[in-house]
Structures are given as C-alpha cells and as structure tokens.
Design a protein around this ligand. Structure first.
Ligand code: TRP
Length: 307
C-alpha cells in the first residue's frame, strides 16, 4: 500500500464539502429549492460529518431493516457475485460511507485490481479507506472525494483492470426520482464501459434496491422511536445555518416520514411548526404553519418496476 494511494482524488469542478469556496452555485441551488413550491432541499446536504455519523447510526436501528437485509443477502451471495465479477476488476463503490458491506465482497475478491470508494464526506471517506487498506494489505485503495451525481474521473490503478464494476448498495438508487435514477444508471453505464478495449470483457453493476412493503413498516423505518432519523433530517438545517449562515430555528421544524402510494415512495419532510421566516444568503424565506420542506424521496420498487 503506497501512501499516495490514500490521497483522495479530487475531480474537476465543485465537489468537496467546502461550501464557502464553492458558494455561488450552492447558494443558488439551496435558494431555488426553498423558493420552489413545494419547498425542497437536496439530500446531498445530509452528508456533512455529523450527517454521515448519524447515517451510520440509522443503519443500526432496529426499525431500519434495509442495512440488515442487504447484509444478509450479500453474506449469502457474495461468493456467487464474486464469481461473476471475475479477476482483476476495478471495484468502484458510489457513496461508500463506512464501507462496511463492501468487506463481504472484498473477502471474496482477493484479485481485485483496486478498490475505489467514492464519497462526498472527506474525513468519513478517508477513515474508511484507511480501515480497508489496513484490513486488506494487498489491495490498492484509491478513495475519490466526489459528489457521484456529477461527472468525476476515476483514479488510475497501478494494475490495469480487466473491467470496471460499480457497487451501489444501500437502496440509494431509490433516493433518485425515476428520471434522475435513469440518468444516473446511464452515468454508471459510462463508467463501466471499456473505453479503448479490443475484446475486453464489459463491466457490471451490483446494485441494491428496496421492495414495496407494508406502509407501517416503511414509515417506522424512516421515523424511528429513538429519533435518530429525525435528528439526521434536522441536521440539514444545522448544516445550512453553519455553512450558508442561515437562521433556521431547529426547534421550529419537525421530522415527518410519509408513505405516498401514488409515487410508491416515502417522503422525508421537515414541517414548519409555525408561521415563520428564515434568512438565508441575503434572502428571506417565509413558511406557513405546517408547510413542508421535502428533503428526501425513498422509492420502493417491485422487481418488475425496477427492471
Ligand atoms: N438509501 C437508503 C434509504 O432510502 C438510505 C437513506 C438515504 C436514508 N436517505 C435516508 C435513510 C434518509 C433514512 C433517512 O433507505
């Protein structure tokens, strides 16, 4: 493991969590969401350092079945998946977080060309990358700090990969509305498609998505008794207060997770508990009592609808 292998590649354009330096377009993005009707905030803003920690806690909650279920699936099928991936692949994980589930695959893939964890939270990414590098001393680990919804270039591994495999677990694809999900699938296709290949095998995708189920089970998964998901959701406002100098009163918004059957999704919302206005980047945004800000969609599929 070389030292510089663990330096994150920083793709061109705005991407790191440095909101100040990247300010104008981020401010525009936040303001245009809050001036829209209904009000919206991009879920990307969940994942500052605190948000990434809270998210790891969500994954351990009794009500949050997704992580456990997906882990069980990977435990059962890792050998079969690894056999399909084959030798010398470049494994690219989008939104790698703590890289916990990845180990199940890495254990079965001793001959990977390299592992590329991609995450927007830099310190989270680097910690996880170091842990993986320590646990797999023969593996080249090439962390990339990027917002994977925007184009970024893959780091170059020392060994020439036979193919690129994108690993996208966690039902994260469900957080994109169907048209955006399709766009993202196209980006992933571009990442795994060999550029200068003559006859090299094509790449692949290992993806996790969640199935429709009893709405009560779904709503509980996104509104746990311990209040961790609520804290995670409200952290968006804290993030905007800190990074854009906004004046959100966290006591004046509450978390809601609502199943919307027509769209087959859970909507995560922050509800304004009263009529109020909030200053943000020189603008004043007004809220009615009970007015929502939509912060996340979690789409639930059937095998057929996903296909
Ligand atoms: N993608 C996962 C899901 O939809 C995890 C996730 C994303 C999540 N955003 C979230 C979980 C917000 C809870 C709250 O379940």
């Amino acid at each position: 493991m070389q030292q510089e292998s663990l330096r994150p590649t920083t793709p061109p354009g705005r991407q790191s969590a440095e909101w100040r330096s990247a300010a104008p377009s981020l401010v525009e993005d936040v303001l245009s969401g809050l001036l829209a009707s209904p009000k919206r905030l991009s879920p990307t803003y969940f994942y500052d350092e605190r948000g990434s920690q809270l998210f790891d806690e969500i994954c351990e909650l009794p009500e949050y079945y997704i992580t456990r279920t997906e882990t069980e699936i990977l435990e059962r099928y890792a050998t079969a998946i690894a056999a399909r991936i084959g030798p010398d692949a470049l494994l690219v994980e989008l939104g790698s977080g703590a890289s916990t589930k990845t180990r199940l695959l890495l254990d079965e893939l001793p001959d990977l060309a390299a592992y590329v964890p991609v995450d927007i939270s830099r310190s989270h990414l680097m910690e996880a990358a170091h842990r993986i590098a320590d646990a797999y001393p023969d593996l080249e680990v090439l962390p990339a700090c990027a917002d994977f919804t925007r184009p970024f270039s893959l780091p170059r591994s020392r060994r020439i990969p036979s193919r690129v495999i994108v690993f996208f677990p966690g039902s994260t694809i469900g957080n994109f509305d169907p048209p955006a999900a399709i766009e993202l699938m196209k980006v992933m296709r571009g990442m795994v498609t060999p550029r200068l290949s003559s006859g090299s095998a094509s790449g692949g995708l290992v993806i996790g998505f969640d199935l429709q189920k009893d709405p009560a089970v779904l709503e509980r998964a996104y509104d746990d008794a311990a209040g961790v998901t609520a804290e995670f959701n409200l952290n968006v406002l804290r993030h905007l207060n800190r990074n854009l100098g906004a004046s959100f009163d966290l006591e004046a918004f509450r978390h809601q997770a609502l199943w919307v059957p027509e769209a087959s999704r859970i909507e995560m919302r922050l509800i304004s508990t009263k009529r109020q206005s909030v200053r943000i980047a020189g603008e004043v945004i007004s809220f009615d009592a009970d007015e929502p800000i939509i912060t996340e969609h979690c789409h639930k599929y059937t095998p057929e609808s996903f296909a």
